[in-house]
Design a protein around this ligand. Structure first.
Ligand SMILES: *Cc1c(COP(=O)(O)O)cnc(C)c1O
Length: 380
């Protein structure tokens, strides 16, 4: 079965991790800061905090921005559940903003309307978490403008989007946001096994992220001089969300190939575009100036009612297509909160038509031909 996504592990990666296994530190050694610096440099951010998953990064990002019990945060329904769960961990209340039918990212029009309504009803969000779906950046500059007008913070969920750019601006520069989060799960652009990084340009926010990833413990060098080198204090309630040096070592060797991965993904996406033209499907649409990292290649069937049949057919032909995403608000857990079918019609209609075709850097042209032939067969 050709999977929809797969990691690429080379000898360099194996050597990099093996070196750590033979070294003094498996965790809390020097490799985690090296990886953090490599990510910060690549995305042009000042501070970088590595953790054990993007989910953890999203959670402590909400905490670092002070999200409290009963406060409100918004994200999109067309995402992985972690984008919404992160604020619930803080006891906050979630709501969603529908997506744009073309970009499949947060609809700026819907966002503006919802903000205006929330201002009148006095229930504005404290944080908004836009998602760069499939690796295609959202209109962060417009969200930033609205954040100034309505007074909310922004966490970019860039789990799909390391290596993507808007004009000259890499996703992660945080020019238009407080924090950006990346995931390094094996299906994503580069991997650490499990792992995530939060980047920010705000040094206070960075300190809080570090505090919450490590039990809420600080080690003050002045106090250590007074009381002894062992001395530490827990000043807040944090977690053990640390990344290990083994994971960081894998990330360090992977990030060296990021540019190459993005180029290959781009070429494969371009080839899909050429070879799928004329089929009864809607292909990805990106605004001018936006360079996707192409985490996912998502098409939409003109005939939604045939999706199940197309899915089953492709799977039976050895093509491991997938669907991203079941709208978060329709998950049973979220329906129990009162969300229901019809709440976010664009995301729901998109979901009924969506198919994710395989796309990963080691996919061969022969794999791609097989996928396209199978899809043509299914759509006959
Ligand atoms: C993968 C993903 C996450 C979670 O990433 P983990 O590193 O697996 O915790 C969060 N948001 C989105 C949009 C994702 O795709």
């Amino acid at each position: 079965m050709i999977p929809y996504g797969r990691q690429d592990i080379q000898q360099d990666d194996i050597d990099s991790v093996t070196e750590i296994l033979k070294s003094e530190f498996l965790t809390q050694g020097p490799t985690v800061p090296f990886f953090e610096q490599a990510v910060a440099k690549r995305v042009n951010a000042k501070h970088s905090v590595a953790v054990n998953s993007a989910t953890s990064a999203l959670h402590i990002s909400c905490m670092a921005l002070g999200l409290k019990k009963g406060e409100i945060f918004w994200t999109v329904p067309n995402t992985f559940v972690a984008s919404a769960n992160c604020g619930l961990y803080c006891g906050a209340k979630v709501d969603f903003v529908d997506i744009d039918p073309d970009t499949l990212n947060i609809s700026i029009h819907s966002l503006q309307q919802k903000l205006e309504k929330a201002r009148v009803e006095n229930c504005l969000p404290k944080i908004i978490i836009p998602v760069h779906f499939s690796g295609a950046p959202t209109a962060q500059d417009e969200i930033f403008r609205l954040s100034k007008e309505y007074g909310f913070n922004v966490i970019e969920d860039a789990s799909h989007a390391i290596g993507a750019t808007v004009g000259d601006e890499p996703v992660g520069s945080c020019r238009w946001s407080d924090i950006t989060v990346f995931s390094f799960h094996p299906v994503k652009i580069i991997t650490t096994g499990e792992g995530g990084v939060a980047v920010t340009n705000d040094s206070d926010v960075a300190s809080k992220l570090r505090l919450y990833r490590n039990h809420g413990i600080i080690r003050d060098s002045e106090k250590q001089k007074q009381k002894g080198g062992w001395f530490y204090e827990q000043v807040d309630l944090g977690f053990n969300y640390r990344m290990t040096d083994l994971h960081a070592a894998l990330g360090l060797s992977q990030i060296k190939r990021l540019k190459k991965y993005i180029n290959t993904r781009n070429q494969l996406a371009e080839r899909y575009k050429e070879m799928l033209s004329g089929l009864p499907v809607k292909l990805p649409i990106h605004p001018d100036g936006v360079e996707s990292s192409w985490h996912l290649y998502v098409i939409q069937l003109n005939e939604a009612h045939r999706r199940r049949e197309v899915y089953d057919y492709l799977r039976s032909e050895g093509v491991g297509i997938n669907v991203h995403y079941v709208p978060v608000h329709l998950q049973p857990y979220y329906q129990k909160m009162g969300f229901k079918q019809g709440d976010f019609p664009v995301a729901e209609d998109y979901y009924k038509r969506a198919i994710t075709l395989p796309l990963f850097p080691t996919m061969t042209l022969a794999d791609q031909d097989k996928i396209i032939t199978a899809l043509r067969g299914a759509l006959k």
